[in-house]
Structure formats: C-alpha cells, structure tokens
Write a protein that binds this ligand. Structure first.
Ligand code: SF4
Length: 488
C-alpha cells in the first residue's frame, strides 16, 4: 500500500520547489563467504541514507543470496521505508539500492525502484537508475504488448535488459547503445553486480573498494565515505562494468559507446553533496570559489554577508572572503523542514517561509546585507526571504546568486519548472530584481562558474543556463507522463 509521507526536502517554499534530482543509486558486491559479516542490505541502507538528498519520494533495496533476488521498496524516505526488522530479512552478498525523485512516470509504488523483472531462464534482474531517458517511447515500442508493468523510463529499460535469457551483459550490449538521455545505472542478477553510465556521463557514478574485500558503486563519493569504502575511479561515460567472483571479486569493463563527456554543471551548483568529489574536485571547494568570483563580479558596499541556509553557505563564505565583508548567520533554518506528517491548513500555509526560516533580528537590524543563494527558480523563495529580512530591520538587501539565471528546463533528470514557470525564462535581471524587491541582484556569469568547476566548457552540460542541449530532445519525447496518456 503506497504511503503518503511528508518529504524531507530543501524546499523553503512548496510553491517554489528547489531543483529536484532524479535519484541516488548504490550497489555493493562482496564474496559469498563474507555475506553474513558484510550485511549488504545495511550497507545499501547507509549508502542510500547518504544519498537521500538526491530523491525523497521512495526508496528500495534488492539483495541476492546467490540464488534468489528479494526486493523491498516503498514510498517515503529511506529511514521511513526501512527498519531493523526489514533490513534483517535482506540477506545476501550483493545489493542494489535506490532513492527516487520522479522525472518520467508518476510518484507511485509501482514506479519505485529497484525495478524487478523475471528473465527467461527463471532468474531475475533488479535495476536502479539515476537520470532521465529521452527516447522512452522508441524504447517502449521494442516491447511486446503487456510487457510494461509501470510507467517509468526505468521500467522500460529493465524489461529490455531482462531479455536474452538471463544474460544481462548481452542485453546491455544490445540495448545501451540505442538508449538516449541520462542514465547512471546499477543493476544485478542473482550473482553479478552491473553498472553503466551514458556516453555523455551526465549524472555522476563512482566505483569504490570496500575493505579490500568487496566493491561498491554509488552516485556520489560521499556515499563511499559513509560506508567506509575507498574511491577507486569514476565509471567512465559509455562504460559498462560487471563485478563478481571468484575470490575478492573482479571488475570486468567494456565500452558500449564512445565517450562524449557532458557532465551536469548543476551538480556543482546545488545537486551534489558538498563533501562529494567530482572529477577530482571537491564540490565544496568549487562552491566557495564561485562565491569569491561572485564577489569580484558583483561587488557592493554592505555590513554583513549571510547565506540562505544551507545551500547558499559555501558561496557566502567565498563572497565574504573575497569582499572582506564579515560573514554571519542571519537566518536559522528548521532542520526538520518537510518531515511533518501534518497537512498544513490554508492559514498555516500563509505563514509560508516563516515555518522554515527564522531571522536573527539582532544580527540583521540596521545592517546592509548581502544574501547569497545557489539559484533562482520561480523567485517566490527569494521574494519572501527579502521581505523577511526587511521586516527584521535590514536597511538594504543585496541578493547574489551562485549560478547564472536558470532559463531553460532540464530533460536529463532534474525537475526544473517549464520555461514559462522559470522567472528567468520571462524576465531579465532587472525585472527579477524588481520582482523579488531586492536593492540589487547579481548572478555569477556562466564562464565564471565553468572556470570554478575546472572542467572544460565543452565537457559540461549547461543547457538550463544557455539552452544548448548536448543530447537533442524531440518534442514528442518530453514530459513526465509520457507513458500515462490518461494524465493531463
Ligand atoms: S540542463 Fe542543467 S540540470 Fe540538466 S543536466 Fe544540463 S546542466 Fe544539469
């Protein structure tokens, strides 16, 4: 029975949701004789716990003891879906985990992951996917009538990979080269853990070594750290790997496509954890560097630099450092935002952002403030933050944003609003400043953000900022409910 839990989210205003990632994936393989000691179900649980920020609608773990796959999934946060008694039933020596935010297909139990498919030889295949496919209808057309049980792009992919009589590697060699869009995959049959990344490598995916005995695959390096695994390398764009025995396990790697790297620039801005490393560069270091560059690009005379907690914090630190203006806290965020089980009434809803952010009046009163945030989506959040700070006595509020204006939707796994809903899709910078009622507004330039990431421009996807989509998307392949024609 699907549960309707409140969601842990970074949203400060439910009408102005922050960008939502498509998911977190995690996989672990240990030798069968290590199964009881390793407790792969619990390792997957902690891995997902570390990746919770990447998807908060549902969570699931599949495990295999070498002869049978068991999948447990439900709606809700990782800590709501699993408890000690559930985890004690997830026994085996390999596991795949997933936490979901829906991009293609509604947020329902059926669409929760890992997906499971029976294979022709009596076995099974469980799969977890981060990203979003852009040729789902074309792939779905390869399936026969009745072969779809859910409405997500991932379900279609799982059904295709479960063909070939239980040889996932053979199926992947055939299907992945014709699969388009963003996909960081972790999947398994009864004995082998597989991972693959799209040729553009839009979403991250890393390989780690667990206690020199097993292997871990995860969306972010932070998840490796948390389960005590050592980072080995990134799974390359266009690479397919298989991990299984004998002994301490072996990683077999092959290419299913030539790499055309286009990593998501927004991972640096907001999506990835600050303690994650992408392409050898710490996300936190990049964000602080963006703040420094922002201060040089958009200087202003002010008394205090404050972040919109917590996503604006690293860039605010960088801004303060480079500008010489003191850094401080001006807004306190309730850490349990979004965990409420109570549906707010209209009266409560009108409190808006006050439920989640409270100004520190003594720190703010009589001050000229610089407020640093990571991005502006619809502008509702920033409008309320500016109003809150003025009410608390700020004499000036200067807003600085550590990303360029988000003007275009994302088709590769981030749930940005449509172009009409994005404030930067309709208004120029002065129009946005006026709309949020700031004294001044400055966005980091795209080239400055790219320079801070230290990745060459042609190896990054920047489409939500500049409209240049590295993987062309047909109009007919857009939309969350592609496989649910009854939905509007
Ligand atoms: S469009 Fe933006 S959010 Fe989407 S993959 Fe490209 S850079 Fe990332």
């Amino acid at each position: 029975m699907p549960l309707r839990y409140g969601r842990l989210s970074h949203d400060l205003d439910p009408t102005d949701r922050a960008p939502q990632d498509a998911c977190g994936v995690f996989g672990v393989w240990v030798p069968p004789e290590q199964a009881s000691r390793a407790e792969v179900g619990k390792l997957a649980y902690y891995g997902l716990y570390a990746l919770q920020h990447r998807g908060q609608e549902s969570a699931g773990i599949s495990v295999s003891d070498g002869s049978r796959i068991v999948v447990y999934k439900d709606m809700g946060l990782v800590a709501q879906v699993f408890d000690e008694s559930v985890l004690s039933t997830l026994r085996g020596h390999l596991a795949v985990g997933h936490c979901r935010y829906s991009t293609t297909g509604a947020s329902t139990w059926e669409n929760a992951q890992p997906t499971f498919r029976s294979t022709g030889d009596g076995g099974g295949l469980a799969l977890a996917h981060n990203g979003n496919l852009i040729n789902t209808p074309e792939l779905a057309a390869r399936l026969g009538a009745g072969e779809r049980t859910a409405t997500s792009d991932t379900d279609v992919l799982s059904a295709l990979l479960a063909t070939r009589d239980g040889d996932p590697m053979a199926a992947a060699r055939e299907i992945l080269p014709v699969t388009r869009g963003a996909f960081s995959l972790v999947f398994m049959n009864e004995t082998t853990l597989y991972a693959a990344r799209d040729p553009e490598g839009v979403r991250p995916l890393v390989l780690g070594r667990w206690e020199d005995r097993g292997w871990v695959v995860a969306s972010e390096t932070a998840a490796l750290d948390i389960v005590g695994a050592r980072f080995v390398r990134e799974i390359e764009p266009g690479e397919l790997i298989a991990i299984d025995g004998p002994g301490v396990g072996d990683v077999r790697s092959e290419r299913f496509a030539e790499p055309r790297p286009k990593g998501c620039l927004f991972e640096y801005v907001y999506l990835a954890r600050p303690d994650t490393t992408i392409a050898g560069r710490s996300v936190q270091a990049t964000r602080v560097e963006v703040g420094r560059r922002l201060a040089l690009e958009h200087p202003v005379e002010a008394d205090l630099v404050i972040p919109t907690p917590e996503s604006g914090t690293p860039a605010a630190i960088g801004y303060a450092e480079a500008s010489g203006i003191p850094y401080g806290q001006g807004l306190v965020k309730n850490s349990y935002v979004g965990r409420t089980f109570i549906q707010p009434s209209q009266t409560i809803r009108q409190l808006g952002i006050r439920l989640k952010l409270n100004p520190l009046r003594e720190a703010i009163e009589g001050k000229r403030l610089v407020v640093v945030d990571d991005s502006i989506v619809r502008g509702n959040t920033q409008r309320q933050v500016v109003a809150l700070l003025r009410e608390a006595g700020a004499t000036e509020v200067h807003v600085r944003i550590s990303s360029p204006p988000v003007s275009w939707p994302c088709f590769y796994g981030i749930d940005f609003a449509t172009r009409q809903e994005l404030i930067a899709g309709r208004l120029d910078v002065e129009g946005i400043r006026d709309s949020i009622n700031a004294d001044s507004l400055g966005f980091i330039a795209l080239d400055e953000l790219i320079a801070a990431s230290r990745i060459p421009k042609d190896r990054l996807c920047r489409a939500c900022f500049d409209g240049e989509y590295p993987i062309p998307v047909e109009e007919s392949a857009r939309g969350k409910y592609l496989l649910e024609p009854s939905r509007p």
